[in-house]
Design a protein around this ligand. Sequence first.
Ligand code: GCO
Ligand code: MG
Length: 402
Amino acid sequence: MKITDAKVIVTCPGRNFVTLKIYTDQGVTGIGDATLNGRELSVVSYLTDHVIPCLIGRDPRQIEDIWQYLYRGCYWRRGPVTMSAIAAVDTALWDIKAKMANMPLYQLLGGKSREGVMVYGHANGTDLSETVEEVGRYIDMGYKAIRAQSGVPGMASTYGVSNDKMYYEPADGNLPTENVWSTTKYLDYTPTLFAKLRETYGFDPHLMHDVHHRLTPIEAARLGKSLEPYRLFWMEDSTPAENQANFRLIRQHTVTPLAVGEIFNSIWDCKQLIEEQLIDYIRATVVHAGGITHLRRIADFAALHNVRTGCHGATDLSPVCMGASLHFNMWVPNFGVQEYMRHTPETDAVFPHDYRFENGNLIPGDTPGHGVDIDEKLAEKYPYQRAYLPVNRLEDGTLWHW
Ligand code: GCO
Ligand code: MG
């Protein structure tokens, strides 16, 4: 069996998505997500100019060998562009293998470990009362786990708060928009939000919160400590993790569970975090962490150290990534939760899929493969539009983490 061709499809049904499609001499095709928000075209070029020529003629069944060939073989290992490109190839090849076997992908990975994949939704509001109300709306929709983000008094904007309550899109500018950040205002306010949420809804719903990399380790430690009475499911990305030892300080001071890893692209980004048990949830996902092949390696390593999965699932990860991730989640023994930021109906129409939301879970269908397709005719109607993620400045103008 041989790979005969591959192409990259770029489409923007409201936001940009990059999809790789691989063709074989047996007529079976597979697709993989290659979207890297705000830097999409770099992956398009990486795939088209450098990866696709190396794929033609290879046996698509040799997924591991192709992964190693692209990872070791390029010499310049790791990095988000390389690993998103490898992920797209890997996902498409698993899709092909599962179609050839006439099985849903989770069967090939080892079969179902659970009946459904618990997901968390994104409740957000411009102020405390709107956020509390929004969390209630998610509870009514059946979510068992909800992330709460809120506007902070005295700050014009922050991460995670949107006008459209169902569809949050942070990549909102033809050039990066600029936000202003105050750690003091945020740290004073956030515990009051979670106090109110617990007072209103009790302790049944799992609650999480995304700090989006904005605190120093000692500030993150303080926030974790002040949130302890509200028993969060997790506090996410509380400080940047390039220096993995940052998390030692947070860990020393708080029992609030810690999640990190949506921007990681390899097992090396989380080796120390996992080995030293500095985190509770690893958020690496299919598209940015080298596909199913590499994510499985990370998850197995994490399992040895009591770390569970919590895959990234924002809207900039396409339904193709979500489909693949759900099959992975159905199998992975150390599953924690899956993020689920809903895609718009325009996006869902471009990517027909068989997963469904039921009682707080997403459930993949039994279509052979990962169960997600792309409507190429429809995709063509939405040409690429440059869009950037915002940048963040402190009140004195210093550039900060967004
Ligand atoms: C999350 C994330 C996202 C990112 C986005 C960037 O927890 O879902 O923080 O919202 O900001 O994926 O492209
Ligand atoms: Mg996040």
